[in-house]
Design a protein around this ligand. Sequence first.
Ligand code: TGC
Ligand code: FAD
Length: 388
Amino acid sequence: MAGARGVDFYRFDGLLDDEERGVRAVARRFVEQRFLPVLRNHQRAGTFPLELIPEMGELGLLGPAVRGPGCAGLSYTVYGIICEELERGDSGLRSFASVQGSLVMWPIAAYGSPAQKERWLPDLAAGRKVGCFGLTEPDHGSDPGSMSTTAVQDGDGWILSGAKLWITNATVADVAVVWARGPAGVLGFLVEKGTPGFAANPIHGKWSLRASDTGELVLDQVRVPESSRLPGARGLKAPLSCLNEARYGIAWGAVGAAADCYETALRYAGQRQQFGKPIASFQLVQHKLVTMLTEITKAQGLVLQLGRLKDSGINEVPLVSLAKRGNVAMALECARLARDILGAAGVTDEFSPGRHLANLESVSTYEGTHDIHALIVGQEITGIAAFR
Ligand code: TGC
Ligand code: FAD
């Protein structure tokens, strides 16, 4: 986004204030100096660098726009800029921050009791505790309203039964936000690691988002007290409202991944010689680079305006859907073009575009698939819901 090394063709940097530029510098330094040096080993091992989480907290990178005890309560534009910088590094890093901030801290702040906020928010913001968000199930992905996981009242508590699949941070989380069908609609619960009957199992073999923990949550007759229920969360719109927050961050993050692909391809094209000259001198290569720059520039303008709208209180679902869908598709196209410009070198983990390309396939699917977001925007402009 604005001010990114070499990717600020339309001088969006001038539209940011000092705080926004300052946070961007902090996040970028963290990614370059602390995250990227350890990324390749984690990428190969299929692990997330857990040791960096407290530092992310100290730097204010976790849930910066969340309001509550121990939280910074900064602007949504600041949050977006952080997501952009984290995903310039890797979508797995931004995923970690999205889940912790938008899908765990945000619902606790929006729907939690005062005691739940005091208990969890300071530790989550500081990176002393980790959270995950369980909505998707083995048989219910795009259609979470049909979820099978149940919450049955049992004296002064609840019994949770079911399973959640494809859950980011599942095996490393201290607390899971679990959504279940209650007697009168969907309810949300905070389920702590170690609760009898509650287990998290890793998913192995991903070729996408390798530097991210993804797993399954099993709820086998898990008894939780009433005090673990999010009292303000009633109905499917509670979990869906959390998704707006995370989808917003993804729209920004995709710009970071695309910008890293563009910069890598531009640098490589200037150095790589074929037919006696740099490949950057060929018209077809220039065309690809200009296509990338054009699309990144349009996406930068889109997210900056989206951030300003959100900060002014305009928080409309279709606006976020259009940006998530469009920017992730844009980043995927940039990653493909950059991978192509790198030739054979583009298929190794020596260079970032192949990794971004694989990551962005997940990003295109999670938080509402590319096509589900088309249907959300389609419903807005036609007035007709085409989901079922
Ligand atoms: P529908 O009847 O349309 O809606 C039910 C109620 O919810 C309201 N609503 C929303 N409210 C807030 N925010 C949203 N985004 C909302 N979308 C809908 C709606 O107004 C209604 O309210 P009310 O008052 O009338 O009850 O529900 P539906 O069952 O027809 O489903 C609609 C659909 C398909 C758009 C929705 O279910 C959907 O978004 N599906 C996609 C599922 C999804 O995105 N899952 C993401 C799981 S989390 C994840 O992927 C994390 S990845 C993390 C990482 O690593 O970064
Ligand atoms: P399906 O819903 O089965 O969709 C399959 C295909 O059918 C898609 O192309 C879809 O667009 C299409 N389709 C479905 N319905 C329609 C329709 N009505 N019209 C047209 N096409 C349709 N979930 C969580 O709850 N928490 C997490 O932390 C989390 N992290 C994730 C991390 C990763 C790495 C991944 C890959 C996923 C994660 N998810 C998480 C799950 C994610 O949200 C789901 O994968 C996503 O919502 C899609 O669900 P599905 O995979 O079951 O696909």
